[in-house]
Design a protein around this ligand. Structure first.
Ligand SMILES: N[C@@H](CCC(=O)N[C@@H](CS)C(=O)NCC(=O)O)C(=O)O
Length: 204
């Protein structure tokens, strides 16, 4: 399998953390590309030119899969260990909901990063304020719902861990640990997993 990725994408990290958790990391070749360069190979596989995009020969003809949620669920079906996607019921939809909230934190933080890369005169204070609000509101809900996270790791844990790591990378002045001590304690433990250390953002 081939995974189009980039070293600082939190969505790609969700996929690589899962790969390490389930022991499939050697079955996927990660090819780094800049999704903003409209790499023709990536565009052919994903019209949105986004990473992560996975090419799998599991189907005939071979199929490209996107986005990170679809890729993670596909890969989670390819191993013999306990699944990271609960199969049904409240457990499944709570895990998917938390993944979605964590993805929202990642997406808003990516948007903030892109806005800050624009020349100052072109930045939108309204957009910046809205994305910051989205990050903070989503963190509040993640913190409130922390006691409901199951003990066994799920895709919710992986996504939440990647969102918090990305906040540290791109919004390091955001005092999320002071505002959400429980989340900070949870992250302090989660961040030590081998899957996380093996996939650290460059320089982190
Ligand atoms: N919903 C997508 C989001 C992926 C995403 O936003 N990837 C960013 C990198 S972090 C990207 O490829 N951006 C390029 C673009 O949107 O043109 C997922 O879960 O995979």
């Amino acid at each position: 399998m081939k995974l189009f990725g980039s070293p600082t994408s939190p969505f790609v990290r969700k996929v690589t953390v899962l790969l390490h958790e389930v022991g499939l990391q050697d079955q996927v070749e990660v090819v780094h590309t800049n999704p903003f360069d409209a790499d023709p190979e990536l565009v052919a596989a994903n019209p949105a030119s986004q990473v992560p995009t996975l090419i799998t020969p599991a189907f005939e003809p071979e199929l490209s899969l996107f986005d990170s949620r679809v890729i993670c669920e596909f890969l989670d079906g390819k191993h013999e260990q306990t699944c990271f996607f609960p199969p049904s019921g409240a457990a499944r939809f709570k895990a998917l909901r938390t993944q979605s909230l964590a993805d929202t934190v990642m997406g808003a933080t990516v948007s903030l990063r892109l806005e800050h890369l624009r020349p100052e005169a072109q930045r939108s204070p309204e957009h910046i304020a809205r994305w910051l609000r989205t990050v903070r509101n989503s963190l509040t809900v993640l913190a409130q719902e922390l006691p409901e996270l199951p003990a066994e790791p799920t895709i919710a844990h992986i996504a939440q861990g990647c969102a918090l790591a990305y906040l540290d990378l791109r919004l390091s002045a955001e005092p999320w640990r002071n505002n959400h001590e429980g989340l900070a304690r949870w992250y302090g433990v989660w961040a030590n997993r081998p899957s996380r250390r093996a996939t650290a953002f460059p320089g982190a």
